[in-house]
Design a binder for this molecule. Structure first.
Ligand SMILES: Nc1ncnc2c1ncn2[C@@H]1O[C@H](COP(=O)(O)OP(=O)(O)OP(=O)(O)O)[C@@H](O)[C@H]1O
Length: 233
């Protein structure tokens, strides 16, 4: 799934104060790539992901996802787009504490018209043998695997990840990155990863660097590193 942003602006207003969270952002993300979005806190990374994911609307400019323009999509079409095309993964996993692993993943499956087989996905993320456990019985890395399974079972063409390893230690974080790479290669999923960790840029096909709402740098990596080999900062 390819993504093309042209001169995208997003301004948040609270009272008299305006925050220009995205300033004339233009970027191409080719299909089937892993993209790392880097930048300091408040630089606009989540805003960029949220407008691409149709969670938030941009104020001006154009966003094209494959051949579809998000700009004038009705709320209904945007909901369909989020439901059928996207998977989201967050730093805090957002699992439902009263549901088992299997039941949490079932929530994702129910949202899709074209879901993948639940046990296959649980096996691929290494959680099949723990499918009857509750989130509190799992480590952070295991909970993130379940969150990835919940996103993947929908069979999304685009996976949007906001600090997916932010709560994890280096060893576990690298395992999660390896899983994202595996997902990208196995399912041809385009994967966008927001991170403070510059090392994650080393495994991406493309790196986008943001500062104060602007995309200040974007480059392709000739030879993305294996996730196990990236530096961890
Ligand atoms: N809903 C909102 N209402 C008002 N201002 C917002 C809102 N969301 C974000 N902002 C502001 O927009 C700017 C960009 O925020 P954003 O969350 O996109 O940055 P970020 O790079 O993802 O930061 P972090 O790494 O801390 O998550 C910040 O100044 C933030 O305070």
């Amino acid at each position: 799934m390819s993504i093309e942003l042209t001169d995208v602006n997003k301004i948040y207003k609270s009272g008299e104060v305006e925050v220009h969270a995205l300033k004339q952002a233009s970027i191409d993300i080719p299909d089937k790539q892993i993209v790392a979005i880097l930048g300091p806190s408040g630089s606009g990374k989540s805003t960029l992901l949220n407008v691409i994911g149709g969670i938030d609307r941009h104020d001006s400019g154009t966003i094209k996802i494959d051949e579809d323009m998000l700009d004038n999509m009705t709320d209904k079409t945007l909901t369909e787009y989020r439901r059928h095309t996207l998977g989201f993964i967050f730093q805090q996993y957002n699992l439902i504490p009263t549901l088992t692993v299997q039941e949490n993943v079932e929530v994702g499956r129910q949202l899709s018209q074209n879901p993948l087989n639940m046990d296959d996905i649980l096996e691929k993320v290494g959680m099949l043998d723990k499918k009857d456990k509750f989130p509190f019985q799992l480590s952070g890395g295991e909970q993130q695997r379940v969150a990835i399974a919940r996103a993947l079972v929908k069979n999304p063409r685009l996976l949007l990840c906001d600090e997916p390893t932010g709560a994890l230690d280096e060893e576990t974080g690298k395992k999660i990155l390896s899983l994202l790479k595996y997902v990208n290669e196995t399912f041809d999923t385009t994967v966008c990863i927001i991170t403070h960790n510059n090392g994650i840029g080393e495994m991406a096909h493309k790196v986008i660097r943001m500062k104060s709402g602007e995309i200040i740098e974007a480059y392709e990596n000739e030879a993305p590193l294996d996730p196990e080999k990236v530096s961890w900062v």
